[in-house]
Design a binder for this molecule. Structure first.
Ligand SMILES: [Fe+2]
Length: 301
């Protein structure tokens, strides 16, 4: 059954996160949970003018993605309406452009990088995890959405802390271990083809946990937990602090299963046999080495 969660603003002036929250330790990258944080719209890095500068900054402008229009929860990422306006114009008319703008890798701007580093340092302490050893990348992204806009159902390759800075929106998060919601085939396609568009199961919507995000609150989205969002009546600004794992094993096993399934087999799900998983990792490693060798031997034209 869906649950409604809403929490009040931050309690600490000296830290970003609320240090009394035990769920960072108990549920880290296992179950979604809500938390409080200290970023709100009066922070200078989240003023509209400051964020607009990221659209023109020579490094960050290359990592801006956007679309506008009516989007359904089950819409595929590759089937969004065609862009008809430049991003600056969409940004300046956010109130009524039905837009979703992703300012990715804002940490390439040193001022935003401080937010990323400080947040991760606190998350490390709060969770007790060896994040520095586990991660291969770290990233800060800002998502800006028009009133009423839906962000379609998808899965991500990241361990994510999504922090609401302004506006109010709802996020619906599903359990990645529920194979009726997220079948093996979706995970195999994701890890092989980077296909973010998992198949939305409308009949299982009641299994989603629904969080209402308000300025000063956030939600932890574990790796691969499917989710979709709907913005409220105002422009929404959210900061995502996230990182990707070094975990190559997961990718290799799902890739092996993807190709085995394509050959008509029914591969064992990842984690059901340590030995079989290891054989798949070795096979994918050998196949990758052979392909790269063949590429190197190919005559140059
Ligand atoms: Fe996401």
């Amino acid at each position: 059954m869906s649950t409604q969660n809403a929490i009040a603003g931050p309690t600490s002036k000296t830290s970003i996160f609320e240090f009394s929250n035990p769920r960072f330790r108990e549920d880290f990258d296992e179950r979604p949970f809500e938390f409080k944080h200290s970023f709100t719209s009066d922070h200078p890095l989240f003023s509209r003018e400051r964020m607009r500068r990221l659209l023109n900054n020579s490094t960050t402008k290359n990592n801006v993605y956007y679309n506008a229009g009516d989007i359904r929860v089950d819409q595929r990422w590759d089937a969004v309406p065609e862009r008809t306006k430049p991003v600056e114009e969409v940004f300046d008319s956010l109130e009524n452009s039905g837009a979703w703008i992703a300012l990715l890798r804002v940490d390439q701007d040193p001022e935003y990088n401080v937010l990323l580093e400080d947040s991760l340092a606190e998350i490390k302490k709060l969770s007790g995890r060896e994040i520095d050893d586990d991660k291969k990348t770290q990233e800060a992204d800002i998502y800006i959405t028009s009133p009423g806009r839906v962000t379609m159902y998808h899965i991500d390759p990241i361990c994510n802390f999504l922090m609401q800075v302004s506006g109010e929106k709802q996020i619906h998060i599903f359990d990645r271990n529920d194979r009726e919601v997220l079948p093996e085939e979706d995970l195999e396609r994701y890890w092989t083809l980077k296909d973010y568009a998992a198949t939305y199961p409308p009949e299982l919507e009641h299994r989603a946990e629904v969080f209402t995000l308000r300025p000063g609150t956030g939600v932890h989205i574990p790796l691969n937990n499917p989710h979709w969002l709907k913005n409220g009546n105002d422009i929404s600004v959210s900061l995502s602090i996230n990182y990707q794992y070094k975990d190559k094993r997961r990718k290799d096993v799902y890739q092996a299963n993807y190709y085995l399934r394509k050959m008509g087999m029914k591969p064992r799900p990842m984690g059901s046999s340590e030995l079989v998983d290891q054989m798949k990792v070795s096979a994918v490693g050998v196949s990758r080495a052979v392909s790269s060798k063949l590429r190197a031997l190919r005559p140059k034209t």
